[in-house]
Ligand binder design. Structure first.
Ligand SMILES: O=P(O)(O)OC[C@H](O)CO
Length: 414
């Protein structure tokens, strides 16, 4: 049996899903054994993979979050592009079978798929319906002014530590915010059209929004929950009644929330022209590492074909809240009437397809984005702590981020 290492960053219900897929694949054929290993959060998994590649001990498959895409694309020789892998292995593979909004993110401009879109999410607003009822709301608030107002009431009515919060701070309040309002995060279609891009995340909308958050942080109408997604438990535990987070938290919400819950579309500013636009994908894809043996690549290709199976995809979507990656799995889920019974999972699908994407909402691809996210978060944290104005913080985020982008361009040119 040929062992194939799969490094990933999934916890809770999503970790169970990864292990189950590996077990099912291993039981389905005698030649290959997928060995999943949790390597920490997305950033830690990416760093572990890069270090292992340098040491010659890279795994076969690495799960990399969407914002690590540019880093992986630029890592010449470190990866085996998926379209090449499937062609070499002769496995059935039709790129058109996958949802274009998802594959577009992971393909070259000529349409060659570089990584396999395993778990694509979007960001939604998770709400505690029992809590909303106590302030007279039967439905989730729709606009940002309504969210701030509801959160203020909730804070005064049983949720003293947190009216609302979010996971992945820059994903919520810069990346999704900008796409959802059809304003640029960066030039060159947010970097999708080239690495020679400049940040534009310090525009009037982003500055206004951060100023609103900083004001709300003062009395915990908004309460910050960190840079990554480890704060999501504040929602399921009942501490924060409104939480912007990944649709991929569905399995964990279903498994542990002891209250009535729902997901709602991301809020928008009603005076922003064109809002809401469409949301962008999050989550991660599977990258195949370079320098492995032909037989090992054959096994990885077989595993990807196994993952693309319609029933398996539909089940993965319906249990985790990550998007169905194939059109057939989406159609099957719809035809089964799944969304009528589980509207929480139709929300991210509708957000992603709300309007035809624009230059500002196709996605983003920024060099060294994982490092840049830390810089952005540092500046946002300074504004939330009242150490800088929103404008100062975002101007600094842009200046420091642009330096990181230029450094990446130099790296790529080498
Ligand atoms: O929590 P996930 O897996 O949906 O990922 C969220 C963000 O896109 C990570 O960059």
């Amino acid at each position: 049996v040929t062992e194939l290492q799969w490094w990933h960053a999934m916890t809770g219900a999503n970790n169970d899903a990864v292990n189950r897929l590996a077990e099912e694949f291993n039981a389905s054929q005698p030649d290959y054994k997928i060995v999943p290993a949790y390597k920490g959060n997305y950033g830690e998994t990416l760093n572990a993979g890069i270090a292992a590649f340098r040491a010659g001990t890279a795994p076969h498959i690495m799960q990399v979050f969407e914002v690590g895409t540019a880093t992986m694309m630029a890592a010449k020789g470190a990866v085996k592009p998926v379209y090449q892998l499937m062609k070499d292995a002769g496995e059935p593979f039709d790129p058109k079978a996958y949802l274009p909004a998802i594959t577009g993110y992971y393909s070259t401009s000529s349409g060659d798929m570089l990584s396999f879109p395993f778990n694509s999410s979007s960001m939604v607003m998770w709400v505690n319906k029992d809590a909303l009822k106590t302030i007279g709301l039967d439905e989730a608030p729709k606009t940002w002014p309504e969210v701030f107002e509801a959160a203020k009431k909730l804070r005064a009515n049983g949720f003293p530590n947190c009216g609302f919060s979010n996971t992945w701070v820059s994903w919520a309040h810069l990346e999704q915010l900008s796409a959802w309002h059809n304003v640029p995060l960066a030039t060159r279609a947010n970097g999708l059209d080239g690495f020679d891009t400049t940040l534009e995340l310090n525009g009037p909308l982003q500055v206004k929004h951060l100023a609103n958050l900083a004001e709300a942080q003062k009395d915990k109408t908004f309460d910050y929950s960190g840079r990554y997604d480890n704060g999501f438990g504040r929602f399921t535990a009942g501490e924060c009644p409104i939480m912007l987070g990944s649709s991929g938290s569905y399995g964990n919400v279903r498994g542990s929330a002891k209250f009535a819950w729902a997901s709602a579309p991301l809020p928008y500013y009603p005076d922003a022209p064109g809002a809401p636009q469409n949301s962008i994908i999050g989550g991660a894809s599977l990258w195949v590492m370079g320098g492995k043996k032909p037989d090992e690549y054959k096994g990885v290709a077989k595993f990807f074909a196994f993952l693309s199976d319609t029933d398996r995809q539909a089940k993965l979507h319906q249990t985790t809240g990550y998007m169905p990656i194939t059109k057939a799995a989406y159609e099957k889920t719809k035809a089964e009437g799944f969304y009528e019974k589980n509207p929480a999972l139709e929300v991210p699908v509708k957000e992603l397809t709300n309007k035809p994407p624009t230059e500002n909402s196709r996605g983003l691809r920024l060099g060294n984005m994982p490092q840049m996210r830390d810089v952005w978060a540092e500046e946002i944290e300074a504004a939330l702590a009242g150490k800088k104005t929103a404008k100062q913080a975002l101007d600094e985020a842009a200046t420091r981020g642009n330096a990181i982008l230029r450094q990446f361009e130099r790296q790529v040119a080498k």
